[in-house]
Design a protein around this ligand. Structure first.
Ligand SMILES: [Zn+2]
Length: 124
């Protein structure tokens, strides 16, 4: 039997309660913390999409995408398949004067942010 320690109890609680992921947490120091957290949640599919809320038994009127009503609102739909969301992403990329996300998925966005050069200022 091992000796009692606060560190040992903390480790035991963390192993029991904290989610485990094979995807390492990654941080880009050039972008705000909240954007890093959003990117992390996208990769883990932990966004409060309607499908994820339904999985947690949250009472919602529909799981359909509120933008297009053409498909269930999932991470992959919002960041790739939704035509309206794609148009919004296109407008954002145009506003930022960067190449458009014409065909992308969640990992493409993360890769883009990791590789972007911030030698310019965000247009107002
Ligand atoms: Zn949609």
């Amino acid at each position: 039997m091992s000796e009692f320690s606060v560190k040992g109890v903390r480790s035991m609680i963390d192993k029991a309660l904290l989610p485990y992921s094979l995807i390492a947490t990654r941080w880009n120091k050039l972008i705000p913390r909240k954007v890093n957290i959003l990117a992390w949640r996208i990769l883990l599919d932990r966004l409060p999409t309607r499908c994820n809320l339904a999985k947690k038994d949250v009472d919602i009127p529909s799981v359909l995408c509120p933008l297009c009503s053409g498909s269930a609102e999932t991470r992959d739909h919002l960041f790739g398949a939704c035509e309206i969301a794609s148009n919004i992403w296109h407008s954002i990329s145009k506003w930022l004067q960067i190449s458009s996300f014409s065909s992308f998925g969640p990992t493409d966005i993360i890769e883009f942010v990791d590789n972007m050069q911030l030698s310019w200022e965000i247009p107002k």
